[in-house]
Structure formats: C-alpha cells, structure tokens
Design a binder for this molecule. Structure first.
Ligand SMILES: C[S@@+](CC[C@H](N)C(=O)[O-])C[C@H]1O[C@@H](n2cnc3c(N)ncnc32)[C@H](O)[C@@H]1O
Length: 146
C-alpha cells in the first residue's frame, strides 16, 4: 500500500521539520510513505487540491472533530485495508488553517482526529507520522509501541 500524507504550505517550524524528517526516516523501513506539500491557501482551494491529488485513493481526512481511535484500532484499520486488495493508495489529508470544506468531508472515506485539541498543521503532521510509526512497529510486534 502506498501511503501519502498531504499537507498544505511549506514547512516553517524548525522543531516540526526535525520531527518530520526523523519519522519519515524511521518509516522508510516499514513501507511506502510519501509526504506531499501543497500550496497554502483558502480552505476552498486547499480542499479542492487535496481532493484532486487524492482521486481514487482511500481518503482519511484529519480533523479535530473526527472519530477518535486508539493506536490499536489504527493498526486494525490498516490490516483491514491491506487485506482488501482493492485499496492500493491511502491518502491522509491535513487541511488549511481554516480546515476542510464540507465537500471534502463528504468525499472522505473516513475522518479521524489525533486529539480533540486544535493543532497547528505541522504539529498535526508530526503526530500523524509518529502514530504511523507506532502502528508499523506494533504490527511487526516490535517493542516501540508500548
Ligand atoms: C489549524 S488546523 C485547522 C483548524 C480549523 N479551525 C478547523 O476548523 O478545522 C489545520 C489542519 O490541521 C489538522 N489538525 C489540527 N488539529 C487536529 C487534530 N486534533 N486532529 C486531527 N487533525 C488535526 C487538520 O487537518 C486541520 O484541517
């Protein structure tokens, strides 16, 4: 499965850049993870761009009002998606500073939260990457996930 993480805007927070680089490096041992930066802009522009770039993919929109899952439930969802041979591409969609449009919410296959707090989008990306790494180690039975 090819997992893409879409985020709008160039990276600007130094601490987030370090975290993103670290987890992408770690994740490279576990599968095909790709980070894609889109041009920043209004919710309408960013959501339209996110929908265009993730056409035909299993879309997981990230939003603080989304469904709350445990790390184990994330792992089970990945297991199910991989068992379902039809899903080759999964895209995580991180929104603009004003969030996702209603249209994007309608078209998303799932809407997940990382917490109920509103996070700066680069920080949300770091948390997402850390969870993906945690899920990857959990699925391999490696000790990091404790
Ligand atoms: C600054 S937030 C946007 C907040 C905006 N007020 C809203 O209503 O969505 C930018 C993006 O970061 C992501 N994000 C921020 N906090 C999040 C959280 N707790 N869970 C999941 N995603 C989050 C979402 O993708 C969001 O669209």
């Amino acid at each position: 499965m090819h997992v893409r993480l879409f985020v709008a805007g160039k990276p600007s927070l130094a601490y987030a850049k370090t975290g993103v680089a670290e987890y992408l490096k770690r994740l490279s041992r576990y599968g095909n993870f790709e980070l894609i930066h889109l041009k920043a802009g209004s919710s309408e522009k960013v959501s339209a761009d996110l929908l265009e770039r993730s056409k035909g993919h299993h879309r997981i929109a990230l939003d603080e009002r989304g469904k709350a899952f445990t790390t184990e439930q994330w792992a089970q969802t990945f297991e199910t998606l991989e068992m379902n041979g039809e899903v080759k591409n999964v895209s995580f969609l991180i929104g603009a500073s004003d969030g996702h449009t209603e249209e994007l919410r309608r078209q998303a296959d799932a809407i997940w939260q990382l917490s109920s707090l509103t996070l700066q989008h680069e920080l949300a990306l770091v948390v997402l990457l850390e969870q993906l790494y945690r899920v990857a180690t959990y699925r391999r039975g490696e000790p990091y996930h404790r």
